[in-house]
Design a protein around this ligand. Sequence first.
Ligand SMILES: Cc1ncc(COP(=O)(O)O)c(C=O)c1O
Length: 399
Amino acid sequence: MQISNRQLFLNHVAQVSPNPMDLEITKAQGVYLFDNQNRSYIDFISGISVSNVGHCHPHVVNAIKQQAETYMHLMVYGEYVQSPQIKLAKAITDLLPENLNSVFYTNSGTEATEGALKLAKRVTGKTEIICFKDSYHGSSHGSLSVMGNETFKQAFRPLLPDVRIVEYNSVEDVNRYITSKTAAVILEPVQSETGYTVASNEFLSAIRKKCDEHCALLILDEIQNGFGRSGTFFAFEQTGIVPDILLVAKGMGGGLPIGCFISSKKFLNEFTHNPVLGNINTFGGNAVCCAASLACLETIYSEKLMNEVERKSQLIRSLLVHPAIKSIKGKGLMLSLDFGDTDLNMNIIQACVKNGLIVDWFLFNSHSMRIAPPLIISDQEIKTACDIVLNSIREIVSI
Ligand SMILES: Cc1ncc(COP(=O)(O)O)c(C=O)c1O
């Protein structure tokens, strides 16, 4: 008897939940996914804030093809001069303030977090890290240590010592807990997994001020916020503050795995001595991933995608009106619909998927629906997607 792909997936691909979505996707193009029955779905979450320029954008695909035919892996991190790495680092740092002039390439978001924590300890000679309630910075040990949620941490202790979790958007906590012992403060300008909670500028300014006062480094995690999703290339551009270390991944690769942490040349030079090779990897800055990332960046600018983010965000907000939706929060194309009840939210999400729209919930907010479409989504596709949400709500609730 032939075993189905679904069963092979369940048997041989390590699982992380008892009930994966297990859609069998065979093709993706633009904002659409197609399954093995050739049913189409609008991807309203971009594979969790990854496909900012849509799936298989031709400029990204061409860049990948060209680079794959030229060279792929050559050498471990930091030894050879590779033009895709240089071009990308130059393009990104040209968009950033002067103190963010050096890029350390990683393979993922969590690896960027790990590198940033090490860098902060190395630069400051201190160990205490301040992070925020319900923050998510990745799943490896260091990142897990600065996750602000005990449910996901308790099974994996001991974790990093000297981590203090404080209240997001609380100026009072910032003023109280950032002290001369603090090595770094890590947070997202828009906290993703609580349902896109936006940091107030007052809160961010207070953090910046306290970090300066106590020679602590400010690490901003833009792994979900970055590469245009907030309406500016990085969300911090709208806040009036500048971080000491910036974390990027997800949307950065246009669909390929790449991340980075960005800081000053002076700080990053700490990894060159005592010990030499202070932070290394094999694949960080892989030539094909860098070429894809540069093409993604170019597309965001050439198609002027950021100019449309706020208007599309408002369009979604204006279309999604129903008594079951308690509130909509977020920034740019990072939105959460609060249904105020986990079962209700899960049932509506399931109905959406059945009706051809991919949406999901948040790690630390199961009563809200995540909406984070590719930035290329058209007005018509937004209207279709919002109709599916409203029809799915009507299928589930009678109000
Ligand atoms: C804000 C944030 N930081 C870090 C990460 C970790 O990135 P990765 O899954 O690539 O390790 C994620 C992933 O969801 C994230 O949303």
